[in-house]
Design a protein around this ligand. Structure first.
Ligand SMILES: C[S@@+](CC[C@H](N)C(=O)[O-])C[C@H]1O[C@@H](n2cnc3c(N)ncnc32)[C@H](O)[C@@H]1O
Length: 200
C-alpha cells in the first residue's frame, strides 16, 4: 500500500528566517518539518511506501519521496530539516548550490493543491480529508485495504483551504480519528500506525 500525505501551508515565509527562532521567523516551518519527519521516518529508517507533498503558497510544491532520498544524508530533526528547506527555497535561482543540500532530490513543482486534487479525481484515485468530525477511520479503511494507493489531505491550524468553497466543491470524503484534535504530525503517525495494524 502506497500512501501520500498532502499538506498546504499558507503561513510559511522565509523573508525574516533565522535558525535561532525558526517557529516565529519562518511562519511555522517547524510544523511542516515535523510532518515531513513523521511521514518519512519510522524506527531509524525510511518508510519506502510513503510520500508527502507540501504545497507552499509562494515557493512551489515540494515532493518528499523516500524512493529518491538518501537516509544517511537526510536531516533527522526539525531544526536541521527546516534549515535545509530554507536553503532549498533560496537556491531556486542558483542550482550549483544544490550539491551540498541533502534535499537536492526533493522534486519541486509548480502545481497548486486544487489542480493536483482535480487531477487525482479525474484519475479516480482514492482521496480522503482528515477532520475531527467524519466517518470512522477504521471502518472506512477496512473496506479499502485492497487499494494500492491512498491519498490523505491534512488541514493546517487555520483549515482555510479545507473549508474553502473550491475545496468543498470536490466532495472529497472525510474521515476521522476521533473528536480529539491532534497535531498534524501526530495524525500522520496515527494513520501510519493504524494502517500497519490493519494490514498485519
Ligand atoms: C492542529 S489540527 C487543526 C486545527 C484544529 N481543527 C483546531 O481546532 O485547532 C491539524 C489537522 O490535523 C487533522 N486532525 C486533527 N485531529 C484530527 C482527528 N481527530 N481526526 C482526523 N484528523 C485530525 C486535521 O486535518 C486538522 O486540520
Amino acid at each position: 500500500l502506497n500512501i501520500t500525505f498532502l499538506l498546504k501551508t499558507e503561513t510559511v515565509n522565509i523573508d525574516k528566517y533565522t535558525i535561532k527562532d525558526i517557529p516565529s521567523s519562518s511562519g511555522r516551518l517547524d510544523v511542516i518539518s515535523r510532518c515531513i519527519l513523521s511521514s518519512l521516518i519510522d524506527n531509524d529508517k525510511f518508510n519506502m511506501n510513503v510520500q508527502i507533498w507540501i504545497f507552499f503558497n509562494t515557493y512551489g510544491t515540494f515532493i518528499f519521496n523516500t524512493k529518491n532520498l538518501i537516509y544517511s544524508e537526510f536531516p533527522k530533526n526539525e531544526l536541521l530539516l527546516s534549515d535545509y528547506i530554507v536553503k532549498l527555497i533560496k537556491v531556486k535561482e542558483n542550482k550549483n548550490q544544490l550539491d551540498e543540500n541533502p534535499l537536492k532530490f526533493v522534486e519541486v513543482k509548480k502545481l497548486s493543491m486544487i489542480d493536483y486534487l482535480i487531477e487525482l479525481k479525474i484519475n479516480k484515485k482514492l482521496i480522503f480529508v482528515l477532520r475531527e468530525e467524519g466517518k470512522d477511520f477504521f471502518e472506512v479503511m477496512k473496506n479499502n485495504l485492497i487499494q494500492n494507493e491512498i491519498y490523505f489531505i491534512l488541514g493546517n491550524q487555520s483549515e482555510d483551504f479545507i473549508n474553502s468553497r473550491e475545496f468543498l466543491k470536490l466532495n472529497i470524503p472525510t474521515i476521522s480519528l476521533g473528536f480529539k484534535s491532534y497535531l498534524a504530525s501526530s495524525v500522520i503517525r496515527l494513520i501510519k500506525f493504524n494502517l500497519k495494524t490493519l494490514l498485519d
